[in-house]
Design a protein around this ligand. Sequence first.
Ligand code: ADP
Length: 457
Amino acid sequence: MNIRLKLSIQFSLIVISILLVFTTSIYYFSSSYRKNDYYNRIKDRAYTTARLLLDVQEVDKSLLKIIDKNTQALYQEKILFYDQNNELVYSTTDDSVKINLPLINEIRAAQTVETNDSLREVLGFLYKYNNQEYVVIASAYDIYGLAKIKNLKFILIVGFLISIIITIIAGLIFSGRALKPMSKVINQVKKITITNLNSRVDEGNCKDEIAQLAITFNQMLQRLEEAFILQRDFVSNAAHELRTPFTVMLAEVEYNLLQERTKAQYVNTLTNLAIEIRKISKLSNGLLDLARISYDNSAFEINTIRIDELLLEICNDISDIKKEHHTNITFKSLPEDDNDLNILGNAQLLSIAFKNIIENASKFSNYNVVDIDFYSLGKNILIQFKDKGIGISPDDIHKIFQPFYRGKNTQFIAGYGLGLALTLKIIQLHNGTIDITSELGVGTTVTVTLPNKASFI
Ligand code: ADP
């Protein structure tokens, strides 16, 4: 069931309930008012007759009957008087009267009884005169009152039914009108596909809930579009970077196949091929790492790591493997409790991240010494990697975390632009932050902040 129908039904049910309560109340109160009023009129008539019959000596029964017949105020009025022996002493009609003993006894017990006999209202009460108790039973047919109530009932039922129809139609119209912008958004959203992710839905008045929904949806589209562009560029960059070494390798092999070569030439060719294969291997490893950490970081084991020891180990490893890298670690502040140097993380991933930063600092500073300052600041570990290299231009600094983005001043320095993208993901996975400040021709400082283990307790 759609919202429009749901809203219309709810609205109609509420209005119909109110109408129902209202019309039944009107009917109930009007009907009881008529009844009470009619009983009062019967009572007046009965008392007048009783007084004339019993109190006024000058009026005897036959005279009273004449008076009653000529002054009948109520339709089909009938007044009966019974003495203590339940004998009928007076009747306003000439018709034979059947003594209703159960009613007479009930009146004697309850003093006053109001009841009805099919359409006639019947009132019975005790009338005391000269130490005698008479039972007076008066009845009449409220022909006009009942007709009015019947008419009222008809008007209320017809009014109620017409109101129901109006309410349902109004409910459908108003809910349709209220949800029109929603249908508009739905139709616009239906038209958005992968080929037109740059389209946006109409944000209407920018104020109501539907406008808020459209704004939120547009923001989501914006993020999706950015992610999509990033992914598309990533794939084309990856393909481009892989194609270059393959092209070089193919050209080398084809050239050598043209004619028979000397052993030295073959060795030279194989050496060149090995260089290109190493490039491909490095690139594909970088891509694999980035893909793994981007799409399934739950696969990495998280352990307690002594971050100072890990950093020292990484610096030694780098210097051992690549002799041209030089690092200089300074522990600027250390905690009183060694446990504050523990962090929760994956040592292999953190090694990749720190090695990337150190290798960058080395290669972009012509293999000068990289200064590493280590700080333990309460629940955080802060590590600064400083070099005096080529620096990063302000235009580039905001983009260098994007995969395959390389600074404009790095054409002659090898690399694929994957290192920092991977490093950022690793640091984020460890709930840390990475910040880069740089000045062209002066140097670069990369600051990594990681929360220690104690901050998670
Ligand atoms: P790569 O080193 O392969 O180019 P990275 O993702 O590691 O890729 O770095 C991206 C870009 O950031 C580099 O191309 C370079 O422009 C810039 N960069 C990173 N670190 C430094 C640094 N220490 N000094 C100067 N530029 C840097």
